[in-house]
Unconditional design. Structure first.
Length: 670
């Protein structure tokens, strides 16, 4: 199985390692690299010597901050391995890595089991239909309870998850796990008596194939050689999810996990002679080579000195080098084939998410990271202001979710963040990488706006000459979570398609700041009237006019605030139940009737972000450290009428027509 691949040249896998923080993700990666011979000695997360945690801030804090791309060879197969951060504050790195993976390993702790990040990542993996192995780590730790973890996996993740191993011993007596099926193709029969787990696995696999199921019912048993092809196909098609066991810090179970990666996860697809098609999913900066663009290629072949079309910027850029990265090390390989991942040098203007060549073969994105807080940056003196702005712009290139808001007139700089750990890490990165001492104000919640009623927005941009752009929009409220739905009913003879395309591009930008300064969402915008002038119209006229028409419409619809919500699961000893439910009610939480399991109360519901910022810290003292809280973003909903929040606007407000036209025309002419 390991020798087959749809990609040209050699057997290949693109695999991401995902987990909740502290489940042992980076330790597992380190052991894989060591076992494969890629590194000569084992590094340590705690000692800051792990191969994939090479940033200074990662080594200082002992956590992964950026996704790291490395590679290894096993059983004749090359594997591109992406070690992703486990902390929720760095979920954007996980989001970008998910897009380019063909398979995944999701790691769980045998003690903690399914945690907050586990569920978020699992849902994204399922939405993207990425075949996934589940690896239960830390089987040697005190409190390891694989039976409970398996129950949680089947209850909270998928009933189609199934152990393919039986563990031997627990905690200090854990010796490893034995395969319930042989993953060696040479084995043709199963002569040993199956354990209960083996019988369950055989039944589960047999259920995936009608012919195999009939054989099982007729004979009461099925040979491994008959089960293995069906298991492999079922895993690669996302119908079954194998569960494996190990203790990565001691290297136990690593070899079997590597076998499963190359035997059960699918090879990438892609044709070398197809049109060029790829995506940039990560950016780094090198002092010598400049901007490093991590590219996953889905079709075609890319070589040194090729000139490539970037669809987003509509520009041509030349490849100077193609390098294979391995932590901090790299080598010039000169070519990137379909299905593979490499770093491309020489693209100075490329951005994360840019499509290279044709877009047809590139999968869509799955948004899982939603920064819900904003913080203001403060620097030591005015002389540092330009350097701070440049540093943040460079960091925002590498993580677009930061969405740097630069208020030039007020000399203010705001960034969007996921949480307090990300704020601390940003401060450390600015100091270690740029030599800048930057502090941050208290975080505030990011609200959104939505129209209250249906109304029209109109603009006639005909002065000062030469210009001519007339637009009329209908703006309507839409369902929560629907985002923006834009369409045009204007005929091309009234408004040329090229001008309509410019309007369509500018509507989302115009909605980035509403009447209260927040992004506007959950609305339908329809262009119902448009007019250009044969002599006076320039395409940039619609860049100027569109925001004026949209803002005019919002004035007539009015907007109301939406606040971000969290879905939560809270467990604690029963005696704290009354106090916790009272606290949740005070925070405007909504929750279902509590359930009791083995002396612990379990509550599920929704909480506003604004009222629960400090709740995780307070929960510890309220339950003497015995409460656990799982939260993840669960959309926006209407804010209570007594909540008033406005944000300072970036740039000139399009409602200040004269000043806005002057500022925008000056900017466009530069």
């Amino acid at each position: 199985m390991a020798s087959r691949s749809d990609s040209p040249g050699k057997a290949l896998r693109n695999v991401g390692i995902f987990a909740h923080v502290d489940a042992g993700k980076t330790t597992t990666t380190e052991q894989i690299l060591y076992r494969s011979g890629r590194i000569r000695s084992l590094g340590s997360v705690d000692e800051g010597t792990a191969q994939t945690d090479w940033l200074e801030v990662e080594r200082a804090r002992g956590i992964s901050v950026r996704a790291a791309v490395t590679r290894f060879g096993w059983n004749g197969t090359e594997v591109n391995l992406v070690d992703t951060p486990g902390h929720v504050d760095f979920l954007s790195e996980v989001e970008r890595s998910l897009r380019v993976m063909d398979g995944a390993v999701l790691i769980l702790s045998a003690v903690e089991g399914v945690q907050a990040q586990t569920e978020v990542i699992w849902q994204a993996l399922r939405d993207l239909r990425i075949p996934t192995l589940l690896y239960v780590n830390k089987m040697d730790r005190v409190g390891a309870d694989p039976d409970r973890v398996i129950d949680d996996i089947c209850r909270l993740l998928s009933a189609d998850a199934i152990p393919i191993q039986a563990w031997q011993g627990l905690e200090a007596e854990f010796e490893g796990a034995v395969n319930l099926l042989s993953l060696e193709e040479s084995r043709t029969s199963n002569s040993q008596m199956r354990t209960k787990a083996g019988v369950r696995l055989a039944e589960k696999v047999a259920e995936q194939d009608d012919g195999l199921l009939q054989l099982y019912l007729d004979r009461g048993t099925v040979a491994d050689a008959e089960l293995l092809p069906v298991l492999t196909d079922s895993v690669r098609e996302g119908r079954l999810f194998p569960i494996l066991f190990g203790a990565s810090n001691r290297g136990i179970g690593i070899g079997q996990l590597m076998d499963a990666i190359v035997d059960l996860l699918p090879p990438p697809k892609g044709e070398a002679n197809a049109p060029l098609s790829g995506v940039v999913f990560k950016l780094d900066k090198d002092p010598v080579m400049g901007r490093l663009a991590y590219v996953r290629l889905y079709g075609g072949t890319l070589r040194n000195r090729d000139t490539v079309h970037h669809r987003g910027l509509d520009i041509q850029e030349k490849v100077t080098q193609i390098r294979k990265m391995d932590g901090q090390r790299s080598e010039d390989v000169g070519v990137l084939n379909a299905g593979d991942i490499a770093v491309v040098c020489g693209w100075s203007r490329v951005r994360i998410g840019d499509i290279i060549g044709e877009a047809a073969g590139v999968p869509g994105e799955r948004r899982i990271a939603e920064p819900l807080l904003t913080v203001q940056a403060h620097w030591r003196n005015d002389a540092e202001y330009p350097a701070v702005v440049a540093a943040f712009q460079e960091l925002a290139d590498e993580d677009p979710h930061l969405d740097v808001q630069w208020l030039q007139e007020d000399r203010e700089l705001h960034v969007r963040v996921m949480g307090p750990i990300q704020v601390e890490v940003l401060g450390q990165m600015l100091l270690s990488r740029f030599g800048l001492s930057v502090t941050f104000g208290a975080p505030s919640v990011i609200y959104k706006e939505t129209p209250v009623q249906t109304a029209e927005g109109f603009v006639a941009y005909t002065m000062p000459k030469p210009c001519w752009a007339i637009l009329r929009f209908v703006i309507e409220p839409a369902a929560r979570g629907s985002g923006l739905n834009y369409r045009s009913t204007v005929r091309s003879e009234r408004l040329l398609d090229s001008y309509q395309n410019e309007v369509a591009r500018r509507v989302p930008e115009a909605l980035e700041q509403g009447l209260k300064g927040w992004p506007v969402t959950d609305l339908k915008v329809t262009l119902i009237e448009g007019e250009h002038h044969v002599w006076h119209t320039h395409p940039l006229d619609f860049v100027v006019a569109t925001p004026m028409g949209i803002m005019d419409g919002l004035v007539h619809t009015g907007t109301k605030l939406l606040e971000p919500m969290l879905r939560f699961r809270l467990t604690a000893p029963e005696e704290y139940g009354g106090k916790l439910m009272s606290e949740l009610a005070t925070m405007r939480g909504e929750f279902e009737a509590p359930e009791t399991r083995q002396g612990r109360i379990e509550l599920e519901g929704r909480l506003p972000v604004a009222t629960s910022l400090d709740f995780p810290a307070r929960l510890g003292s309220m339950t003497k450290g015995r409460g656990t809280l799982t939260t993840y973003f669960d959309g926006y909903q209407d804010s209570p009428s007594d909540v008033h929040a406005e944000r300072t606007r970036r740039g000139v407000n399009p409602l200040d027509t004269s000043k806005y036209i002057l500022a925008t025309r000056n900017a466009l002419s530069q």
